[in-house]
Write a protein of this length. Sequence first.
Length: 253
Amino acid sequence: MFVLAELGVVVVLFAILVGTSLRVLREYERAVVFMLGRFWKVKGPGLVILVPVVQQMVRVDLRTVVLDVPPQDVITRDNVSVKVNAVVYFRVVDPEKSIIQVVRFLEATSQLAQTTLRAVLGKHGLDELLAEREKLNLDIQKTLDLQTDAWGIKVSTVEIKAVDLNESMVRAIARQAEAERERRAKIIHAEGELQASEKLLQAAQMLSQSPQAMQLRYLQTLGNIASDKSNTIVFPIPMDLLASLRGKAQGGG
């Protein structure tokens, strides 16, 4: 009986030993293994065998992490206060660095993303912030990626989600947009007047070079005026036209 009890204890201890020495890692996981406190190697995926007590491991997920950056108060280059929030996509590319070089890399990346967002956007004006988001996204991504490289983290994408303005600034932007539309309308109207005056000048030059064309144009204008029978119209007759008619009459007599 005593032998059976000892055998049972041995079996239990062996099962515990096997349980603590075997690990199964998924395809997207890696194990950073330490031997007596010193880094040994990165293992996985699949079955990982550890020497109990001597070796310990830390799991690292290699999938892309979606990090939501909370709204940040940003002062733009032209001294406008806005609230900006963004989303950052990153993943671990070097498990060893992500465990050894930084404590809680997820929290560290989140804090760094917030400060980088304020620093980069503060260098640009409000118009750029509203109109050039793709360029600003790329600037933030490059800055973040450069700083997280030492942690074994690759920042792949940064997207600015929303830019919130206070009501007074929204009204100011609306007034600016309305003034811009009025300015463009006046420019278009002035360009139309300029083109019309150029065409009139060309027509006047052509008519001045041909008296017959001038007379035909005069008669056409009289015909247009005569179509309106509701008014009495007094119009002058050019002397050259009377002289021409008088000459024809004398020649016929």
